[in-house]
Design a protein around this ligand. Structure first.
Ligand SMILES: Nc1ncnc2c1ncn2[C@@H]1O[C@H](COP(=O)(O)OP(=O)(O)OP(=O)(O)O)[C@@H](O)[C@H]1O
Length: 257
């Protein structure tokens, strides 16, 4: 039994199929990058893993069980747009990440102090301890996204779902976030699913790179068929030498110039 089992998933919105026959096995600790054309259903797949949606057909098992409806211990999630609370300080945001299953801030006395101490540990880990009392608007984009990741991590989920988490960041900050995520992963052994539009990022960070695409097309009715996993690349130890693909493209370009 794999840690994450996806069996013959179909998902349609109304009559329109988005995903069809999606099958996947992922082991605990794997980093799975997901790429594919815009609108092919990558975020839909993450929502299914999050149990925010129920598939039209098929099933998903996480550690042998149906995915819990509420993320938390099992899954954390980070989207491209920062999901931090603007009216709370950095530390309060982390506490809220842990306590989102109850009304925010409902921690008192010793429990509140314990929650804050845990939050400070997370802030240390994500390098934001020095701005614990600042508000998100005072932070750079990279820092805000680190805060969002910290918020997802504070409940120590076994699976982290990232939907284009670095898409809104400038290239330098993006590289810093890659280093941050790689370090975090070595500390936590989390399983990660990351949707990205950046192929190079997918190969750099992922153990595997899944490509979602349609295998069937009807030119008259392009919405008739859904996408599935068409490639499952092993990206470990330079398994797919992405740089070489880029170089080959350059060779092709210069050959045709
Ligand atoms: N709740 C919904 N109801 C109806 N259609 C939806 C719903 N959610 C998504 N869609 C449609 O399903 C398709 C797949 O959407 P999804 O966001 O999963 O694609 P994506 O691959 O993540 O795209 P992108 O790369 O642009 O973010 C899109 O055409 C979208 O408009």
């Amino acid at each position: 039994m794999s840690f994450v089992e996806v069996r013959n998933i179909f998902q349609s919105y109304g009559k329109r199929p988005i995903l069809e026959r999606v099958n996947l096995d992922a082991e605990e600790g794997e980093f799975v990058s997901i790429v594919g054309a815009s609108g092919c259903g990558k975020s839909t797949f993450l929502r299914l893993l999050l149990a925010q949606e129920v598939p039209t057909r098929g099933h998903i098992r996480i550690d042998g069980n149906d995915p819990a409806v509420e993320p938390g211990r099992e899954r954390g999630v980070v989207f491209q747009r920062y999901s931090v609370f603007p009216h709370m300080t950095v530390r309060e945001n982390i506490v809220a990440g842990k306590s989102f299953h109850r009304p925010l801030g409902r921690f008192f006395g010793a429990e509140r102090r314990a929650a804050q101490a845990r939050a400070d540990k997370t802030l240390d880990r994500i390098g934001l301890a020095h701005v614990a009392d600042a508000y998100p608007a005072m932070l750079s984009g990279g820092m805000q996204q680190r805060l969002a990741i910290g918020q997802a991590l504070v409940a120590q989920p076994r699976i982290l779902l990232l939907d284009e988490p670095f898409g809104a960041l400038d290239p330098g900050t993006r590289l810093a976030m890659h280093a941050f995520l790689t370090e975090l992963r070595s500390q936590t052994a989390m399983t990660v699913f990351m949707v990205t539009h950046d192929l190079e990022e997918g190969f750099k960070l992922g153990d595997r790179v899944l490509v979602f695409d349609k295998t069937r097309w009807d030119v008259d009715y392009p919405d008739n068929y859904g996408a599935t996993i068409t490639y499952d690349f092993d990206a470990r130890n330079g398994g797919i030498p992405f740089q070489n693909i880029m170089e080959e493209q350059d060779v092709l370009l210069s050959a045709t110039a």
